[in-house]
Design a protein around this ligand. Structure first.
Ligand code: ZN
Length: 241
């Protein structure tokens, strides 16, 4: 309980908080972490998600890519949970300057967050690989086989696939936000996935807080570590705001 109170106090005093979030933020909205062992990815597919969600696979077997993608990567009915909502509230109150996320579900924006750096892109944006025309996620969901543009080009989600580089502008924005932050809260990530750990070293502020169910390699470097569910911690924070 003392830890929770210290966390709430740190957030209340923050002026440029940055929240860095991983898959754990969205699991409470019913979106599975495809890296977790008990994910739903085993029965139907011969290949692991890391193979299917690669640039090579997209180029060679787009039908199978989209079969998997539509099945597992487009939870368009998912709703923001308390963590998403409280972060949006903190931004509106002028305490939080940015959210940096590894998730691609767009739930932070759906909750009302404005400045969101999506390191791995978003399923909500899709573009024709030939003419660049934009397509919404619903178009992908409702299409069959490989979704094609009117021009005949293949449509590709703006999601960073394995083998692909992160978007420079997004990384630069995230680094700047973290460097200028007075409080960095890292939640729902084990911090082993690139580039999460690398980004943390830009932080120069007063307090680094980790909120994660399990231990992470960075626990010893944090000022405050809370091993609990994000939903519980942010519900408590919500009461105090
Ligand atoms: Zn096109």
């Amino acid at each position: 309980m003392e830890k929770l109170e210290a966390f709430i106090e740190a957030v209340q005093n923050a002026r440029r908080m940055v929240f860095f979030g991983g898959a754990g933020v969205s699991t409470e909205s019913g979106i599975p972490d495809f890296r977790s062992v008990d994910g739903l990815y085993h029965q139907r597919y011969d290949e692991p998600p890391e193979t299917i969600l690669s640039a090579t696979y997209f180029a060679r077997k787009p039908e199978k890519f989209y079969d998997f993608y539509r099945d597992k990567m487009l939870p368009l009915e998912a709703e923001p949970n308390v963590t998403h909502r409280v972060l949006a509230k903190l931004e509106a109150q002028g305490k939080l300057s940015a959210v940096v996320t590894q998730n691609i579900d767009g739930l932070h924006q759906k909750a009302g967050s404005k400045r969101v750096y999506e390191l791995h892109g978003s399923v909500l944006r899709n573009h024709c690989t030939r003419c660049g025309r934009f397509y919404p996620a619903e178009f992908i969901r409702d299409s069959q086989g490989v979704p094609l543009c009117d021009c005949g080009g293949v449509i590709k989600p703006d999601v960073v696939l394995y083998e692909e580089a992160l978007d420079d502008a997004v990384v630069t924005g995230a680094v700047k936000a973290i460097r200028e932050a007075d409080l960095l809260v890292v939640g729902g990530t084990s911090l082993v996935v690139y580039p999460a750990a690398g980004l943390l070293r830009y932080f120069r502020g007063d307090k680094l807080v980790l909120v994660n169910r399990d231990e992470t390699p960075y626990d010893s470097q944090a000022d405050l570590v809370i091993h609990d569910s994000l939903g519980k911690v942010f519900s408590a924070l919500d009461q105090a705001l």
